[in-house]
Ligand binder design. Structure first.
Ligand SMILES: Cc1cc2nc3c(=O)[nH]c(=O)nc-3n(C[C@H](O)[C@H](O)[C@H](O)COP(=O)(O)OP(=O)(O)OC[C@H]3O[C@@H](n4cnc5c(N)ncnc54)[C@H](O)[C@@H]3O)c2cc1C
Length: 481
């Protein structure tokens, strides 16, 4: 008989969180801490969503999205998770760019970028300072006025090398392009510039283990292998959900599934106002990713001291080229033994932005062939930096947009949620249906580890407010009766 993954679950919860991405888990944890009764339902066998890892024979542990996040993650861990997690955040100090326009090393913070912009790229200090001050003042309540292209045109006209230096890492970090609103660039760029790029010592497996422990100790009912199939709505209010064929009631639902999936499939468009449905249909998904994972043999090491390498053979920054199946730009993450102390193991992950369409229409044999080609061309590119990579590595695997779709259920395997308009639609859900909320990668700026976790905090405070007002209403009815 099939195992009942909901065995022992209650018939009624204050909140059901759909999905255990960093947004979903941060919300579930906070709501449970605030005293609410929370069920977290995740369809996959692991928690974490995109924040995940996998293990392979030979002692290999490969991380998917642990490449770097801004310092703000320390505060988020300390305030909403635990001090222990905050204490594990460490800085990556050696970040490199190598492309036909320039080759530089940086600590990826404002001081070092200012120095490089002034002394390597020859930009006047006053212009650099004004640029940094302008982007630092951008915040998510701002009206969208200009695109990133307009911003660069204003400060660095015609300087495509500077545009590339400022933009290429952010395209990797949140999928944004020159044509997206400048604030989607400015917020993320300024977050990194404040102190540099950070990572989690212990790896993603350690982080998710800690998060699970923390959620359990706060009373979250965590259920993996649990696919939410439907969100029930009656008279404009959330009533419950169907999970693995079983109906469970709740006062609020916080969906960490994709925003368009939540509206169109989990709830159903018929429950929303027509103008809202129109707006939601216009939300564009962000692009996806390909990755190549390389596990280094036990006892071998890599003689490359960088942590992150933004490499490209394209003449200049070009979004189409960055997304093209014929890859020209790759970000290599080098995992040295200090990431997982005690193990003395190395691994390398290459990430590229990619389009779902390039991978979704292939036959099985074509797909496998293309994946192998991706691995071999990546190794060719990496040989420039790690000449003996084919000798020291003994595990190779690739992921494509189809892989990301399969594991996270995001349409088209989108790595960074939706384009900017998705944010407004996500924020509007509770005004359409009482008790319905969304958190997770949306609008470009709410994606990434920091963006997703912080958005989880913002939305769970709104869920808490509603639950408190519903409880007050209920106790007034009892008192007056
Ligand atoms: C290749 C790659 C590299 C990245 N690198 C970085 C990086 O270096 N730094 C950084 O900060 N960010 C990075 N990111 C982005 C970052 O990982 C994500 O933005 C963030 O983890 C997303 O969190 P989320 O809350 O939006 O949820 P997601 O991670 O999208 O998780 C959603 C969860 O919901 C579950 N779910 C969906 N539908 C259902 C359903 N119906 N029932 C049950 N469960 C459901 C999914 O299985 C999933 O677990 C990277 C992403 C990718 C793909």
């Amino acid at each position: 008989m099939a195992r009942d993954w909901l065995k022992g679950a209650k018939q009624n919860y204050d909140t059901i969180v759909i999905g255990s991405g960093l947004g979903g888990m941060t919300s579930a944890n906070l709501l449970a801490k605030l005293g609410h009764n929370v069920l977290l339902a995740e369809h996959h066998y692991n928690l974490g969503g995109m924040a995940t890892w996998f293990k392979r024979k030979g002692g290999h542990v490969l991380d998917i999205s642990l490449h770097g996040f801004p310092i703000g993650m320390i505060k988020t861990f300390r305030k909403y998770w635990s001090k222990d997690m905050a204490d594990r955040v460490i800085q990556l100090k050696n970040i490199r760019f190598d492309n036909p326009q320039f080759s530089v090393n940086t600590t990826f913070d404002r001081v070092d970028f200012t120095d490089l912009l002034e002394n390597h790229f020859g930009i006047m200090k006053e212009v650099i300072d004004e640029f940094f001050n302008t982007v630092r003042e951008m915040n998510f309540y701002d009206e969208i006025k200009i695109s990133t292209r307009d911003l660069f045109e204003r400060f660095f006209p015609g300087r495509k090398d500077v545009w590339r230096f400022l933009m290429e890492p952010i395209t990797y970090a949140n999928g944004s392009t020159l044509d997206d609103p400048a604030l989607t660039y400015g917020i993320v760029f300024s977050n990194f510039m404040s102190k540099g790029v950070f990572t989690y010592q212990g790896g993603t497996d350690q982080l998710i283990k800690e998060m699970k422990h923390e959620m359990e100790s706060n009373g979250v009912d965590i259920r993996t292998h649990c696919l939410v199939e439907k969100i029930y709505v009656e008279d404009g209010k959330v009533k419950g959900v169907r999970i693995n064929g079983r109906d469970i009631e709740c006062k609020t639902v916080l969906s960490n599934a994709n925003i368009t999936t939540t509206i169109q499939h989990l709830v159903g468009e018929e429950h929303f106002k027509p103008e809202f449905v129109d707006e939601a249909q216009k939300v564009r998904l962000n692009t996806s990713s390909c990755q190549v994972y390389m596990g280094i043999k036990r006892g071998e090491k890599i003689d490359y001291d960088g942590d992150l390498l933004f490499s490209s053979v394209a003449d200049e920054y070009d979004t189409d080229k960055i997304l093209a199946k014929d890859v020209t730009s790759r970000t290599f993450s080098f995992y040295h033994p200090f990431i997982r102390p005690g193990g003395n193991r190395y691994s390398i992950v290459s990430s590229t932005n990619a389009r779902y369409e390039d991978w979704s229409n292939l036959s099985e044999s074509e797909y496998l062939r293309e994946k192998e080609d991706l691995i071999q061309t990546t190794l060719d590119a990496l040989e420039k930096y790690v000449p003996d990579i084919r000798k020291v590595a003994d595990y190779f695997e690739a992921a494509t947009p189809a892989t990301f779709k399969r594991y996270t259920l995001h349409p088209k395997g989108t790595s960074f949620g939706t384009k900017f308009e998705g944010l407004k639609v996500s924020r509007e859900l509770p005004n359409q249906i009482q008790g319905l909320f969304h958190t997770g990668s949306v609008g470009i700026i709410m994606s990434g580890w920091l963006g997703a976790a912080n958005y989880g905090v913002i939305v769970s405070n709104e869920v808490d407010k509603l639950l408190r007002s519903l409880n007050t209403e209920a106790s007034m009815v009892v008192t007056s009766a």
